[in-house]
Design a protein around this ligand. Structure first.
Ligand code: IMP
Ligand code: MG
Length: 175
């Protein structure tokens, strides 16, 4: 991918809005009498969480977690660590992990294990996008926006070398 590559739209902003509303309706129903903690995985999920949370009508809290995977390329190699931890105790809390995209599933599987040890009352996953064809670790996505083909996506929070997060649509870049 070079700097001059022009991202092409895969999912338009209006379709993203519809998907976010659909997910928010389900979460509003499922967490009607609850007070969940939304945990956004930095950096990619912050745009999605910002839109989603404004359509949620229960009392909620927001937290951020930073994860890094070490490797020579852009693909997760399974060696993952927490670079920024939550600011609150989630034991006994209803936690919803907010992810931009689940690819191999290794990052999410690691985060699930790590948060499960803290004994939340419940732990669910809400992801904007899923690339099921690349799964290495089985992950059940409770709330999913889009199933997408195996292409490198940018926009709506997702980056390529830290660029393109500000694009309002979900786009892909041709190699
Ligand atoms: P996984 O561990 O392979 O599931 O990868 C998870 C993380 O890699 C995601 O949370 C993203 O931050 C990043 N990622 C995976 N695929 C893409 C993509 O197509 N565009 C941008 N980031 C991606
Ligand atoms: Mg991410």
């Amino acid at each position: 991918m070079n700097d001059k590559a022009v991202p092409e739209v895969l999912v338009k902003r209006s379709e993203i809005e519809d998907a976010v509303s659909r997910l928010a309706r389900r979460i509003n129903e499922d967490y009607k009498d609850k007070s969940p903690v939304l945990v956004a995985v930095l950096k990619g999920a912050f745009v999605f969480m910002a839109d989603l949370m404004r359509q949620l009508d229960m009392p909620l809290e927001t937290e951020f977690v930073g994860l890094s995977s070490y490797g020579e390329n852009t693909q997760s190699l399974g060696k993952i660590s927490i670079t920024l931890d939550l600011n609150c105790d989630i034991s006994g809390r209803d936690v919803i992990i907010i992810e931009d995209i689940i690819d191999s599933g290794l990052t999410t599987a690691f985060l699930l294990d790590s948060l499960e040890e803290r004994q939340p009352a419940s732990l669910k996953i809400c992801a904007l996008a899923d690339k099921p064809s690349r799964r290495k670790a089985p992950v059940v996505i409770d709330y999913l926006g889009f199933s997408v083909p195996d292409r490198f996506l940018v926009g709506y929070g997702m980056d390529c070398a830290e660029k393109y997060r500000n694009l309002p649509d979900i786009c892909f870049i041709e190699d």
